[in-house]
Design a protein around this ligand. Structure first.
Ligand code: IMP
Ligand code: MG
Length: 179
């Protein structure tokens, strides 16, 4: 285990089961639709890659990059679009936003409104992790891999100051690292 990790919260094997189950539900729900998985960079990349492999219906992918965190562990609440989606056929797309984790809920509630305004045929959300106790706006994700308590976690795409994204598990970061 990485020396900066206090403990593993979700193991590789557990994640594997969660992602396979979510992909099954999505494949069933989006049968006959124009599924576009829209990953939010960079945190969603690992989840996105694993999820898309397991989706059994035709799927396209795209990415957006937003910044909601200045740096470190606190949300600034201001959502900046750093990389936008540019598609002429957005009115034909059933967009499923793919996120790593929901905290305050501000990023996803903003993005759902933004993409509907842009004319997407439908917009739903899918997150690997959810910290419901941290919510600052009323927001519920359509697909949730795992609800977790109010802990700062890294790995499986999630970072602290750009580090630890490549860890294959979700781990709790030692407090001394971000204090
Ligand atoms: P929200 O807008 O507050 O819901 O912010 C969600 C974003 O905050 C996620 O996409 C992550 O980038 C980041 N985030 C929230 N909690 C954590 C965490 O525990 N570890 C790493 N990143 C986190
Ligand atoms: Mg993120």
């Amino acid at each position: 285990m990485n020396q900066d990790i206090e403990r593993i919260l979700i193991t590789e094997e557990e994640i594997d089961g969660i992602v396979t189950k979510m992909a099954g539900e999505i494949s069933r729900d989006y049968e006959g639709k124009n599924l576009l998985l829209l990953g939010i960079l960079k945190g969603s990349v690992v989840f996105m890659g694993e999820l898309m492999k397991r989706v059994s219906i035709p799927v396209q992918i795209d990415f957006m990059k937003v910044s909601s965190y200045g740096s470190g562990t606190k949300s600034s609440g201001v959502i900046d679009i750093l990389l936008d989606i540019r598609r002429k056929d957005i009115d034909k797309c059933d967009i499923l936003i793919v996120e790593d984790i929901i905290d305050s809920g501000k990023t996803l509630s903003y993005l759902v409104k933004y993409l509907k305004q842009k004319g997407a045929k439908s917009v739903k959300t899918c997150t690997m992790l959810d910290k419901p106790s941290r919510r600052e706006v009323d927001f519920h994700s359509d697909y949730v891999g795992c609800e977790i308590p109010d802990l700062f976690v890294v790995g499986y795409g999630l970072d602290y100051n750009e580090n630890y994204r490549a860890l294959p598990y979700v781990g709790v970061l030692k407090e001394e690292i971000y204090r």
